[in-house]
Design a protein around this ligand. Structure first.
Ligand SMILES: [Mn+2]
Length: 369
């Protein structure tokens, strides 16, 4: 895509020099520059990554406290960090945005609410200067994520596009905790940050929450597309509906992605896997298209529930398992779509073959005789 600056302009000499082997060096996200949150303004940052390693609001299998570190480890593949031209979308977000890693929010296991408020403060601080991209942690972090981001920007009405196996609209969690990872949607709804008609859930299935909660969602004008419907329907129709609902009368849109929306075969590294989920192409496509249709200046994103100890693939050398790798990919896709939207483009400039795709019809095959 045409652009006035390049990654080299943004990242300077490090743009080339940082091309070191993937197993070497300090694994910040994508090995991007590390900047303290209080220095974001001086560093003229566009997008800031934050880790939120909290998992004590989890009721089933814990372990997402290791999520941010695992996603960072997976993100160092491939190198170099500042060149990510996506051959399908034809866009390199690092030619447009200065993206940095701000490290993790302070958390204290055993002090769940205090940790959530610390995450809220960190996201607030980031959001005063940059677009927040938060890597969890369990899904309870999305309440502080959205609150901190909305307060820093003065957003009163926020749209929410939520990819998840679970609605997370429970009044509280399995054991009654109000700030449980299954209750954060109810918290933003009760706080009047997200109205039901601005909320769309993509990918639910299974048995939780129960019918009473879904009745309440229906009454609140919330909408959802089950995982089976994602498989059956035109993905563009789902994307268009979710975007229209999220942007209707709102100031900004948050996209929240729980990796357990995925079929566990593709994302086993999560606390509560459920059969019958999305395949990566469906998820990547929808995330791409949703974010492309939003205003990148009034936007935030989190990816949550990566629990690397349940992951498979290359976890022993700690270059990340397949679930961590998927979460890393989603973040890069989000950045790419933001860059396209920021440039006013609906698509980038992928390099394509000279010949149109499909058989040319000019070659005689034996069957023609
Ligand atoms: Mn979930």
């Amino acid at each position: 895509m045409s652009n006035e600056r390049t990654g080299e302009d943004i990242y300077g000499e490090k743009h080339k020099d940082a091309n070191e082997p993937i197993f070497s060096g300090v694994p910040s996200f994508l090995k991007l520059p590390q900047v303290d949150r209080e220095d974001l303004a001086a560093a003229d940052v566009d997008v800031a990554v934050l880790g939120a390693p909290l998992d004590t609001a989890t009721t089933i299998r814990p372990g997402t406290r290791y999520g941010p570190r695992a996603v960072r480890a997976a993100s160092t593949v491939p190198s170099p960090p500042y060149e990510h031209f996506n051959i399908e979308t034809g866009v390199d977000p690092f030619d447009r945005y200065k993206v940095v890693d701000t490290g993790d929010a302070a958390v204290s296991p055993g002090q769940t609410r205090k940790s959530q408020l610390s995450i809220e403060d960190a996201v607030y601080e980031i959001s005063e200067q940059a677009t927040p991209v938060v890597i969890g942690g369990d899904h309870s972090i999305s309440y502080p994520d959205i609150k901190g981001w909305a307060e820093a920007n003065g957003y009163e009405d926020v749209g929410l596009v939520h990819f998840d196996c679970h609605a997370d609209t429970g009044e509280d969690g399995l054991t009654g905790f109000e700030y449980d990872h299954g209750a954060w949607v109810k918290r933003v709804y009760d706080d009047d940050i997200v109205a039901g008609e601005n909320y769309t859930l993509i990918g639910p299935r299974g048995f939780w929450p129960g019918p009473d909660t879904y009745e309440g969602m229906r009454e609140a004008d919330m909408k959802w597309y089950t995982a089976m419907q994602v498989g059956e329907m035109d993905l563009d129709a789902i994307v268009q509906d979710a975007v229209e609902r999220a942007t209707d009368g709102t100031d900004a849109v948050w996209v929240s992605f729980d990796v357990d929306v995925m079929e566990p075969a593709y994302c086993p590294g999560t606390g509560e896997p459920e059969p019958g989920g999305l395949v990566p192409r469906e998820a990547i496509y929808m995330v791409r298209e949703v974010v492309k249709a939003l205003d990148p200046d009034d936007f935030g994103f989190d990816v949550v529930e990566v629990a690397p100890q349940y992951d498979v693939s290359d976890t022993s050398s700690y270059n990340g398992g397949i679930t961590s790798g998927f979460a890393n990919r989603l973040v890069i896709e989000v950045l790419g779509s933001m860059a396209l939207a920021d440039a006013g483009l609906s698509e980038g400039s992928p390099i394509r073959p000279k010949e149109p795709l499909g058989p040319s019809g000019t070659v005689e095959t034996p069957g023609d005789d």
